[in-house]
Design a protein around this ligand. Structure first.
Ligand code: NAG
Ligand code: NAG
Ligand code: NAG
Ligand code: NAG
Ligand code: NAG
Ligand code: NAG
Ligand code: NAG
Ligand code: NAG
Ligand code: NAG
Ligand code: NAG
Ligand code: NAG
Ligand code: NAG
Length: 474
C-alpha cells in the first residue's frame, strides 16, 4: 500500500467521525515523523571504520533446545515453496510445519511482529521506528543473559541503521532495513551495546568458526538469496547451500533448533500460510521427514522462545500464540486448535502506525503466557497505568456478543487471531485466556484496511468506533 492510501484512510475516517460525532478531536492530530536515514556509500565506509561487534555466547539450558535460530525467506506461496526440490530436501532433515501462518502483508510488519509481538498496524515497508518504551524479545532474553544476535547478509557494518545498502557495482537491492526486525525498535537502537549484536554474514562465519554463536538469532539473506528479487528456485538453492554444511557441523548442530520460514505468502487474495521447516540437532532423528499440522504463526517464534527458556512475556500476541510442539511437549504446554476456515491474514487492522491519532497500544500487563509467566516487570512498570487507562476506556471489554465472527460484515477476513489483533487498537492486545474472550470483546474495534490496489476498501462503521475510542486516549 502506498502512503497516499493511508492519508486517504485518515481523511476519510476523520470526515466520517466529524460528521457523526463531536467526540472526534481532530485538533489532537499530530503527524508522526520518522527518520529517513539513508547514508551515502562513502559515509557508510567512514562509519564502518568505527563499528564494533560483540561476539558473545552463553549456554543457558532450554527445555528442548539450547539455541533457536530463525531464517526468513521471502514472498512465496506455500505450495510453490513445498514443491521446490531443495526445500523438499531440507524437509527430509526436519519437521515440516504445514499450518504456519504469516500475519499480514507486506514484508515489514511480519518482521516487526516477530520481535515485538505486534505489528502495530504497519501495512507497508516504510521507515518507521517503535519508541524506546516498546520492548522486544531481546529484553526477555536479557533477563537470563541468553546471548543473542542478528545476522543480516551484506549489512555493511555492525549496527548499521540506514534504509538500505545496495550492491555497489550493480546498485541492485542487497541489504534492506525492512527485513531487519530489531533495528526497527529504539529499545534496541538506542543502546550501543545492543547495536553491536546486529551483524552480517561475515560475522556469522566468524562466530561459527570461533565457537561464539549466540543462543538466539535472526538470519536474513540478501534480496537475491531470500527470493525477494528472484525466484523460489534461487531461495531454495541458497537455503540448502547455507544449511547443508551447517547440518553436519557438530558445533552448530548441538541442541540447536533452526526455524526456516517465509515472511509472507505471495498471492494476496489467498490464505497467507507459509512453508516452514524445523531443523537442527534439537529435532530428534525419528521426527525427520514428518509433518506437524498444529496452527502456528510468526508470534509462535516468540512464545516458543519464552517456553523454551521459561521467560516472561511482552504482554502482546506472544502471550497465547501456540508453542512449537517440540518445545510444548518438553514443557507440558497444551496448544490451542485454531479454526482457519475464515482466516486469510491478508489485511491489516487499523491502529498506531496507520493512523497518527491512535495511541500506542499498551500491552496486557496482567497476562500470563503459555509457560505460566507474567509480563516482564520492566514492561509492567512502564505500561501499567496506561494499560489500566486503555482497558477502562474500552467499555467493550466487559460486553460480550453472541455474534460469531462469520456473521459479521468483515467476518470472512477475521479469524481468531485477527480479532485479537484488532483488540490492540485500544491496547488490549493479548489475552492469556484464549481467543474467544478477546474475540467477543473486540468486534467493535475491528476495521480492515486493504493492501495494494487503489484506494481503501472495507472501511466500516467499526473503524469509526475505533477512532472515537482513540480520541479518548489522545
Ligand atoms: C551447553 O550445555 C549443555 C549441557 O546443558 C552441554 O551438553 C553442551 O555441550 C553445552 N554447549 C555448549 C556450546 O557449550
Ligand atoms: C547477567 O550478567 C550480568 C553482568 O554480566 C550479571 O550481573 C547478572 O547477574 C547476570 N544475570 C543472570 C540472571 O545471570
Ligand atoms: C560486515 O561487518 C563487518 C564489521 O562491521 C565489516 O567490517 C565488513 O565489511 C562487513 N562485511 C560485509 C561483507 O559487508
Ligand atoms: C539505497 O537505495 C537507493 C535506491 O535504490 C540507491 O540509490 C542507493 O545507492 C542505496 N544506498 C546505498 C548506500 O546503497
Ligand atoms: C547477495 O549475496 C550473494 C552471495 O550470497 C551475492 O552473490 C549476490 O550478488 C548478492 N546480491 C546482491 C544484489 O548484491
Ligand atoms: C484477502 O483475501 C480475501 C479472500 O480471498 C479476498 O477477498 C480479498 O480481496 C483479499 N484482500 C486483499 C487486499 O488482497
Ligand atoms: C509430541 O508428543 C506427541 C504425543 O506424545 C507425539 O505424538 C509427537 O510426535 C510429539 N511431537 C514432537 C514434535 O515432539
Ligand atoms: C510434564 O508432565 C510429566 C507427567 O505429568 C511430568 O513427569 C514432567 O515432570 C512434566 N514436565 C515439566 C517440564 O513440567
Ligand atoms: C489481559 O489478560 C488477562 C489475563 O489473562 C485477561 O483476563 C484480560 O481479559 C486481558 N485483558 C484484556 C483487555 O484483554
Ligand atoms: C511511550 O513512548 C511514546 C513515544 O515517546 C509516548 O507517546 C507514550 O506516551 C509512551 N507510553 C508510555 C506508557 O510510556
Ligand atoms: C458494538 O456496538 C454496537 C452498536 O453500538 C452495540 O449494539 C453492541 O452491543 C456492541 N458490541 C460490543 C461487543 O460491544
Ligand atoms: C498459490 C499458492 O500456493 N498459495 C498458497 C498460499 O497459502 C495457502 C494456504 O493457506 C495455500 O493453500 C496456497 O496454495
Amino acid at each position: 500500500m502506498k502512503f497516499s492510501n493511508q492519508a486517504g484512510l485518515l481523511t476519510m475516517a476523520l470526515a466520517t467521525a466529524n460528521a457523526a460525532s463531536s467526540a472526534s478531536s481532530s485538533s489532537s492530530y499530530q503527524p508522526r515523523t520518522y527518520s529517513t536515514y539513508s547514508p551515502s556509500a562513502s559515509q557508510i565506509a567512514q562509519d564502518a571504520a568505527k563499528a564494533t561487534s560483540n561476539h558473545r555466547t552463553s549456554n543457558v539450558t532450554g527445555a528442548a533446545a539450547n539455541r533457536i535460530f530463525q531464517i526468513w525467506l521471502e514472498n512465496t506461496d506455500y505450495d510453490k515453496a513445498a514443491g521446490d526440490e531443495n526445500l523438499a530436501w531440507l524437509a527430509t532433515k526436519g519437521i515440516t510445519l504445514d499450518n504456519y501462518w504469516a500475519l499480514t502483508h507486506p514484508s515489514e510488519p511480519n518482521y516487526l511482529a516477530s520481535a515485538g509481538g505486534d505489528y502495530f498496524s504497519l501495512d507497508d515497508d516504510r521507515f518507521i521506528t517503535l519508541p524506546s518504551n516498546v520492548s522486544t524479545v531481546v529484553d526477555l532474553l536479557d533477563t537470563k543473559n541468553i546471548s543473542w544476535a542478528e545476522y543480516q547478509e551484506h549489512l555493511p557494518y555492525t549496527g548499521f541503521q540506514g534504509f538500505n545498502y545496495s550492491n555497489q557495482e550493480t546498485f541492485a537491492n542487497d541489504y534492506v532495513r525492512k527485513h531487519n526486525p530489531l533495528v526497527l525498535y529504539e529499545s534496541v537502537t538506542n543502546d550501543a551495546d545492543r547495536l553491536a549484536n546486529i551483524k552480517n554474514f561475515t560475522e556469522f562465519y566468524r562466530d561459527v568458526n570461533g565457537s561464539t554463536l549466540p543462543q538466539w538469532s535472526f538470519i536474513t539473506p540478501n534480496m537475491t538469496n531470500d527470493g525477494h528479487d528472484t525466484t523460489i528456485k534461487v531461495a531454495g538453492a541458497w537455503a540448502r547451500g547455507f544449511l547443508e554444511p551447517l547440518l553436519s557441523n557438530e558445533y552448530f548442530m548441538e541442541n540447536t533448533l533452526v526455524v526456516l520460514t517465509f515472511d509472507e505468502n505471495e498471492t494476496y487474495s489467498i490464505k497467507n500460510k507459509v512453508f516452514t521447516i524445523l531443523l537442527g540437532g534439537a529435532v530428534p532423528e525419528k521426527l525427520h521427514g514428518t509433518t506437524d499440522s498444529t496452527y502456528y504463526d510468526h508470534y509462535s517464534l516468540l512464545s516458543s522462545v519464552e517456553a523454551n527458556w521459561n521467560l516472561p512475556s511482552l504482554g502482546r500476541h506472544d502471550v497465547d500464540a501456540n508453542v512449537f510442539q517440540l518445545i510444548a511437549n518438553a514443557t507440558n504446554i497444551t496448544n490451542m486448535a485454531v479454526d482457519t476456515t475464515y482466516k486469510v491474514n491478508n489485511q491489516t487492522y487499523t491502529g498506531y502506525l496507520l493512523d497518527d491519532q491512535i495511541a500506542l497500544p499498551a500491552p496486557n500487563v496482567t497476562a500470563i503466557n503459555k509457560n505460566g509467566k507474567g509480563v516482564l516487570p520492566k514492561i509492567v512498570s512502564v505500561w501499567g497505568s496506561e494499560y489500566s487507562a486503555q482497558a477502562s476506556a474500552s467499555y467493550f471489554t466487559s460486553t460480550t456478543t453472541t455474534q460469531s465472527a462469520a456473521s459479521l460484515t468483515d467476518a470472512v477476513t477475521i479469524a481468531s487471531s485477527d480479532v485479537q489483533k484488532s483488540a490492540s487498537v485500544t491496547g488490549s492486545s493479548a489475552s492469556a485466556s484464549g481467543s474467544s474472550i478477546s474475540a467477543s470483546a473486540s468486534h467493535n474495534l475491528t476495521s480492515i484496511v486493504s493492501h495494494g490496489g487503489s484506494g481503501v476498501t472495507g472501511l466500516s462503521w467499526t473503524s469509526l468506533v475505533a477512532l472515537m475510542m482513540c480520541s479518548i486516549f489522545a
